[in-house]
Design a protein around this ligand. Structure first.
Ligand code: HMG
Length: 392
């Protein structure tokens, strides 16, 4: 394979949680006018993890169908991107490696830079595959987004994992070389090691995101990227789906296309938001859930260019492009994706609140989690400060 040969996303699969809380229930509890959630931030419901679900069980559930379809003999690297890490030292991907029975001749590593981490993982994976095109890299983006109860961020919570198989001659999307980058030291959103809920300056975070979009796009142009008009659609990081619209309008203003009508904006964004609107913020997975929704719903994107804007608070952003591979439709998992969303069980506001406040004992004793998940893997409990996972 020459350096110019295609490398990209060969397969994409996602998983989400056992439970779901509709925004109507949150609005009823806190007295918010429902329009603020449904229209103002563009969210309908949020995925809520069961007591025996976490980033490992979600990540393994997302990746299992990929291993079932492609086998594991070419996978020599697993990169697990998350910002809701469960251990300061051990990579969550090692548990996934074990649950999926991957070969021992494999490197496994965890990556973090807020919601941007999965895009770093994708770019590093592409570099590895370019070096050795016989290898495939399993990228897993898995997160549980958790804010304080009764805070403005609460309505944007969610949880999901996306698994991407990165390979030469991909069946879904070829990733192009040009990439626009942007980093700025801002405190818009962060989570100190001693907290499990993020801290955020909401309005500042929106401005930081827009500044990063502009910076990444500017650099993309300087790196010889495509022109704005080339793109059939744009997958933005979606902390809430309205943010994708804000980001796109910001970019339109920046490139001087201020007169773009509403239908054109809807054509560029509308098919990327369906999954995020009902799952909520899945941090690292969010931009790739946008891609899944787009590929599942768009009529035919063969040979069309898609723009990706990945943002992670703190902050790092990257704009890059992918082209959709002929025949991609045969490799989609549209039915399974809709099923993962539809089979969630609705919880009441009180049940959600209890799940939100649940925490594990920290004394190192034995603790068993109740069996709640219907996914293929569960966190069975803790013993001696070790997490115990099971295949159901
Ligand atoms: P807020 O401040 O409570 O809401 O929370 P608001 O007052 O800004 O209202 C939101 C929108 O609803 C506004 O629209 C209102 O007008 C509208 P806008 O002016 O933005 O277009 N609205 C209504 N619309 C229809 N009918 C109504 C109604 N009422 C109001 N009745 C905030 C918003 C984003 C601050 C909050 O959700 C929050 O703190 N979220 C968490 C942070 C976040 O998501 N930031 C996004 C950018 S940072 C990012 O993406 C990174 C991140 O994913 C983490 C990472 O990288 O690790 C978060």
């Amino acid at each position: 394979m020459s350096n110019n040969s295609a490398v990209g996303i060969h397969d994409l699969s996602f998983a989400t949680t056992r439970y779901v809380l509709p925004h109507a229930a949150l609005a009823e509890y806190n007295g918010t006018e429902i329009g603020k959630y449904h229209i103002g931030i563009g969210q309908r419901s949020m995925s809520v993890p069961a007591a025996d679900e976490d980033i490992v069980t979600l990540g393994a559930a997302a990746a299992a169908p990929i291993i079932a379809r492609h086998g594991n003999d070419r996978i020599r690297t697993v990169v697990f991107a998350t910002e809701s890490s469960i251990d300061q030292a051990k990579a969550a991907g090692i548990y996934v490696h074990s649950l999926l029975g991957l070969q021992s001749a494999c490197r496994v590593v965890e990556l973090k830079q807020a919601c941007y981490g999965a895009t770093a993982a994708l770019q590093f994976a592409i570099g590895l595959v370019r070096r050795d095109p016989d290898q495939q890299v399993l990228v897993i983006a898995s997160d549980v987004s958790k804010y304080e109860l009764d805070s403005p961020g609460e309505a944007t919570q969610g949880a999901a994992a996306v698994a991407l198989l990165v390979s030469a001659d991909p069946a879904l999307v070829r990733i192009e070389n040009a990439s626009g980058l942007f980093t700025a030291d801002v405190m818009d959103f962060w989570r100190p090691n001693y907290r499990d809920a993020a801290l955020v300056d909401g309005q500042e975070s929106v401005q930081a995101y827009l500044q990063a979009v502009e910076g990444a796009w500017k650099d993309y142009g300087q790196q010889g990227g495509r022109s704005f008009e080339d793109f059939a659609a744009f997958c933005y990081h979606q902390p809430f789906t309205k943010m994708a619209y804000k980001a796109h309008r910001h970019l339109l203003n920046h490139v001087g296309l201020v007169d773009t009508d509403k239908d054109d904006v809807e054509r560029a964004i509308g098919q990327t938001v369906a999954y995020n609107a009902v799952i909520g913020n899945s941090y690292t997975a969010s931009v790739y859930l946008g891609l899944a929704a787009l590929l599942d719903q768009a009529e035919d994107l063969t040979d069309r260019a898609i723009g990706f804007l990945s943002y992670g608070s703190g902050s790092v952003a990257e704009f890059f492009a992918g082209t959709v591979v002929p025949g991609y439709q045969a490799h989609l998992r549209s039915e399974a994706n809709l099923d993962a969303i539809a089979r969630r069980k609705q919880v009441t506001y009180a049940e959600y609140r209890e799940l939100h406040e649940r925490s594990f004992p920290t004394d190192g004793g034995d603790y068993s989690t109740p069996t709640e998940t219907t996914g293929p893997f569960r966190l069975a409990g803790l013993s001696g400060h070790k997490r115990i996972y099971q295949t159901r």
